[in-house]
Design a protein around this ligand. Sequence first.
Ligand SMILES: C[S@@+](CC[C@H](N)C(=O)[O-])C[C@H]1O[C@@H](n2cnc3c(N)ncnc32)[C@H](O)[C@@H]1O
Length: 273
Amino acid sequence: MSGHSRDALRWATDAHYEDAERYDRTYRMRRHDVAFYREMAGEHGSPVLELGVGTGRIALALARDGHELVGIERMQPMLAKLRTRLAKEPAEVRERVELVRGDIRSFRLSRRFPLVIAPFNVLMHLYARDELERMLACVRAHLAPRGVFVLDVRMPDLRSFTRDPERAFKCPTLRDPHDGSLWDTAEIFQYDAQTQVQMITSTFREVAPPHRAYVKPLAHRQFFPQELELLLHYNGFAIRDRWGDFERGPQHVDCESQILVARASSRRARGGA
Ligand SMILES: C[S@@+](CC[C@H](N)C(=O)[O-])C[C@H]1O[C@@H](n2cnc3c(N)ncnc32)[C@H](O)[C@@H]1O
């Protein structure tokens, strides 16, 4: 790979998810995709396998609905935060959730699932073809007969790829919901056209003294729609549904997400778990 080395990309991903408290605070109010994944679990049943379960934004909603769920996650701080959240739930909800510290590129669980989900851009942290293919082989090996794999990734935002990487783009001032402090924020975008990895570096500087400051990287592998279809096709999946938003609207150039529902196809998958 040219551009960022694999180590640099892994570092950026880990750095992004090290502060699980901040992740949880930032995204807890993101609800529209939660409603969609609840519908998916209602349609396809459980147990559900969630790849990259994070702090349980989706997992907890499914468990509260009565679904059993196994969540795989690489980052210890994210799992610790999810365990804290789970501890506040009634026993029957807690007992429905099993957490596995592991890597979605290489997992082996002794069960199969009618529904495997990879919500909120999880696949965008797999930067090279071999990583994606290993993950897809694992998913295929864990799908029950007639099971479905549901994922969402961002639709590439072409305008952001051509932004000047030397320039910091100012974002709205943020208020920390915990202590009310105000933060000036900005983003720097670097897109590597060969690897299709976009590095977004967010900077945060407190408006008032003591002017605390920190930087948060985010490395996202970009997927163009036809590329995603080919990747799934050549790894033993067929796309059943494809949407551009969580209300099941069509995909178009300005939609935020690509949401796919795929089944194992009769085509023999490459490799295998
Ligand atoms: C954007 S978060 C999504 C979390 C959760 N699914 C949600 O919707 O809030 C992506 C998660 O995937 C995890 N992740 C990234 N690469 C991973 C890998 N190779 N194996 C396991 N987890 C991974 C990250 O640590 C992070 O918790």
